[in-house]
Design a protein around this ligand. Structure first.
Ligand SMILES: NC(=O)c1ccc[n+]([C@@H]2O[C@H](COP(=O)([O-])OP(=O)(O)OC[C@H]3O[C@@H](n4cnc5c(N)ncnc54)[C@H](O)[C@@H]3O)[C@@H](O)[C@H]2O)c1
Length: 452
């Protein structure tokens, strides 16, 4: 099949590359000329394990193309996937500008092709508020008139950054929303190679399909905020969230996934999708208190953790954060991605530097993207131990494997004072205490150095 991906971000690039990998001819369109130039040079503009090699392989096989030319991208496509960003607007609504612009561009090409063309299927893959796919249909129809044939569909994406290639290759399920009377055949053909394991393709109405994505993300976000709330209560009551978590998650009805206490969720999806759910509730007069609480707990988790840092350096022990140096390990919103959108680490850097501290950071792959956002507030260094030289505290923000068993003796020698704030509960409390560290984590009592 001839496919066009509109937007070559995390979703468009992964989807396009993997559809090319199963034999389709895929054109990836982006308005960002620098990104397309990078891709044409055979380089991957984002960090995503395994993606670069697949891009190169499929470009060499003559199945994967990159362009900034809308006419070229849309003219021959049988199926067009809209994969542009849908960020939160300043007023809290979902900003649909990019989706609308893509719809208008598609409409212009359809109009020029005239009524004799084979109908194209225009698929909204971006995460969009319920009703948006119909808005896209109506917008295109208004521009092209009644005689130009096309259909719309919705096909939300569930890949996780850092595991995007394997997630797309082996989805738990594929969700497709189609208009009345339209079959999902085109999607069964496209996705069949990815569900050979028997995982289902659910074909449903468009509004339900759009809602599946929000309901899924909101549920996962709820689990994270739930465990963080329990962690906070454990701290107040002297319990240990790690023990509580083990005991609780052994119950098969509960399970282990998305129940890790920490700094809360970030990234380009959970925060904005939870807020979008809240907006949809407000717009329809539906009580949406749970989602509001999930969002509030999540944002509160960052400031709560920062207060631990502040309190440690407050009198009588110190004179506050002014003049202190904090070393941050992990700058993206999670391991194995360079995406720093809504990353808790950057909130902590912001709060720390507002309080007068100096921030030095290291991330195995997100140094450049973090630096681009934080500018002078953050110095990035190419080595995790280099970040610690002369630091007053280490703040661990993501659970990269590299950070899980570091050389604490070396850390202690490099730092000005032995203080670790662990936002991911990576270390054993007693071990750190024995090595002479002040150690703070989430949902567990802090530990003072053994000799103190
Ligand atoms: N990132 C994820 O993990 C993930 C997972 C599932 C769903 N989603 C959803 O998928 C959508 C895309 O997310 P993303 O992270 O890939 O976004 P992104 O910001 O990484 O990429 C979007 C790309 O679209 C391009 N673009 C914008 N307008 C365009 C236009 N008119 N024509 C061509 N290109 C255009 C931008 O230049 C950018 O490169 C969002 O709705 C998001 O919520 C994201």
């Amino acid at each position: 099949m001839r496919l066009t991906m509109v937007g070559t971000g995390y979703v468009g690039l992964v989807t396009g590359t993997l559809f090319a990998n199963t034999g389709n001819s895929v054109t990836c369109l982006d308005l960002d000329e620098a990104k397309i130039a990078t891709l044409r040079r055979g380089q991957c503009p984002i960090y995503e394990p395994g993606l670069g090699e697949l891009i190169r392989k499929n470009v060499e096989s003559g199945r994967l193309f990159f362009t900034t030319d809308r006419d070229e991208a849309y003219r021959d496509a049988e199926v067009i996937f809209i994969c542009v960003g849908t960020p939160t607007a300043p007023d809290g609504d979902t900003d649909l500008r990019f989706v609308q612009a893509a719809a208008d561009d598609i409409a212009d090409v359809l109009r020029n092709l005239g009524p004799a063309q084979v109908p194209k299927t225009i698929v909204v893959k971006s995460t969009v508020p319920v009703g948006t796919t119909f808005m896209v249909r109506d917008r295109i129809r208004a521009r092209v008139g009644a005689n130009i044939p096309f259909r719309v569909a919705n096909n939300p994406e569930f890949l996780k950054e850092g595991d995007a290639v394997s997630d797309f290759n082996r989805p738990d399920r594929v969700i497709v929303g189609v208009e009345d009377g339209q079959s999902g055949e085109v999607f069964r053909d496209l996705y069949d190679p990815f569900v050979r394991n028997g995982n289902p393709i659910f074909v449903m109405d468009i509004l339900s399909s759009e809602m599946v994505k929000y309901a899924s993300n909101n549920f996962l976000a709820t689990k994270i905020s739930f465990i963080n709330e329990m962690a906070n209560l454990c701290e107040a009551l002297g319990a240990n969230i790690n023990r509580v978590r083990e005991g609780m998650c052994a119950d098969k009805r509960i399970g282990h996934q998305f129940l890790y206490p920490g700094l809360g969720y970030g990234g380009s999806c959970f925060p904005k999708d939870t807020r979008a759910i809240i907006r949809m509730g407000e717009r329809t007069g539906t009580p949406i208190d749970l989602s509001r609480a999930v969002d509030a707990t999540n944002m509160g988790q960052r400031t709560r953790f920062f207060r631990k840092i502040e309190q440690h350096f407050a009198p009588p022990r110190g004179n506050g954060l002014a003049g202190r140096t904090l070393a941050f390990w992990g700058l993206a919103f999670k391991p194995r991605t360079d995406d720093v959108r809504e990353a808790p680490a950057l909130t902590l850097v912001q709060l720390a530097t507002d309080a007068g501290a100096r921030a030095v950071g290291f991330d195995p792959v997100a140094n450049d993207t973090a630096k681009a956002v934080m500018g002078d507030r953050l110095k990035v260094v190419p080595d995790m131990y280099e970040a610690l030289t002369g630091a007053d505290a280490l703040v661990v923000c993501t659970d990269w494997d590299d950070f899980k068993s570091p050389d604490f003796r070396r850390i202690g020698q490099l730092m000005r004072s032995r203080v670790v704030f662990d936002g991911r509960n990576l270390y054993r409390r007693q071990h750190l205490g024995d090595l002479g560290f002040h150690y703070y984590s989430v949902g567990r009592a802090p530990v003072a150095p053994l000799q103190a």
